[in-house]
Design a protein around this ligand. Structure first.
Ligand code: NAD
Ligand code: SER
Length: 324
């Protein structure tokens, strides 16, 4: 049975990946780590939990040695909008962090999962049915770190035999933890605002088409890829995956199926709009289907129905707790 370390475990993905890994491999086998310092009660509730800054190689080595780690899911990173606001810091977190993870994996023979992104593509990439292998000239620092990260993972696989695996994830929609500074955050915000206020002002234009996915599919994809037969994998970094290609107007229409009075208007943020306009409108994920049987379960309408039910329950519980 594997011992697994997750970096950036308190973020949007880690908050759901850690419980899923613990359910599959056993609670004590999955070490959650993050830069955030939790109060003792929070750390105890998440145990095993370590404070870990992935840009510090010594902390990483010590955690991997002490917990006898076999596999690392490296989630710690700055997302596209946060990265664009602090490009030098984004390079430090995204690249130094990944380099440290790969070096420690080389030392201890760990398997590594690296989440790339639709952000690894740029304006010169074909934007519809973006192929698995195509032009990757991103114009954001986030995208630069994702392409460099994909290449670095490929290099460690071919040069040192490290078992690196990766996905080019689309925008992720989820209700457990808030998204952490991405361009696709609007999709999550829209659900929160629909339930709280019945209306939403979107920072991307109505017809901005991007790939999206509901978090349960993304989590299943990561775990499934890491368990896949290595001999079938043609690409070590990173597989295109998608579940839907949608615009803000499409999501608003899906929400209106459940909340007919939901209203949306637009106040476009030029920085995030420019990022979105440089990304694909839809990915071709046939290589993932062929090599490790990737298949998402949630389309837009299934995601919307589930998201509204679960988010409403979460908001009601939070309101009840606040009253007590
Ligand atoms: P997030 O911003 O929600 O969480 C990132 C976590 O990393 C945070 O908890 C943060 O405290 C932690 N962190 C930051 N700097 C750190 C450091 N130096 N050391 C340790 N931890 C640090 O991000 P997320 O949405 O969970 O994304 C995780 C990964 O998946 C990232 O690499 C991201 O680029 C990628 N990804 C996410 C999406 C998405 O829509 N969420 C889509 C594509 C790819
Ligand atoms: N959801 C991410 C972002 O918007 C894409 O990688 O940054």
């Amino acid at each position: 049975m594997k011992n697994i370390l997750v970096t950036g475990a308190l973020g949007q993905i880690g908050s759901e990946l850690v419980p899923a890994l613990r359910q599959r491999y056993g609670a004590g086998k999955v070490i959650a780590t993050d830069l955030k310092v939790l109060p003792p009660s929070g750390a105890a509730a998440l145990a095993p939990y370590d404070h870990l800054d992935c840009t510090d190689p010594h902390q990483l080595h010590e955690a991997v040695r002490r917990h006898e780690i076999d596999a690392i899911y490296h989630l710690a990173a700055l997302l596209s909008a946060s990265a664009e606001a602090a490009p030098q810091f984004a390079w430090q977190v995204n690249m130094t962090g990944l380099y440290n993870v790969l070096e420690v994996a080389r030392g201890y023979g760990c398997q590594v999962f690296f989440p790339s992104s639709i952000g690894a593509f740029g304006p010169s990439t074909p934007r519809d049915h973006t192929p698995q292998v195509t032009i990757q000239r991103p114009t954001t620092i986030y995208g630069v770190t994702k392409v460099a990260g994909e290449l670095l993972c490929d290099y460690y696989a071919s040069r040192f035999g490290i078992d690196t695996r990766g996905l080019r994830l689309p925008g992720l929609v989820s209700y457990v933890a808030a998204p952490g500074g991405g361009t696709t955050d609007y999709a999550v915000e829209m659900f929160y605002h629909a339930l709280r206020y019945g209306r939403y002002t979107c920072f991307l234009s109505a017809d901005t088409r991007l790939d999206m996915m509901y978090m349960p599919d993304a989590i299943a994809g990561m775990i499934h890829l890491m368990a896949a037969d290595a001999d079938r994998l043609r690409y070590r970094n990173a597989y295109n995956i998608t579940a839907m290609s949608v615009t803000p107007e499409d999501i608003a229409a899906a929400i209106r199926q459940h909340i007919p009075s939901f209203d949306i208007d637009y106040d476009v943020d030029p920085v995030r709009q420019a990022i979105a306009d440089s990304w694909p409108r839809s990915l071709d994920d046939s290589a993932a289907h062929a090599d490790w049987d990737w298949a998402p379960h949630y389309d837009l309408s299934a995601m919307t129905a589930d998201m509204l039910v679960r988010l409403e329950a979460k908001l009601k519980t939070a309101a009840r707790k606040k009253r007590v």
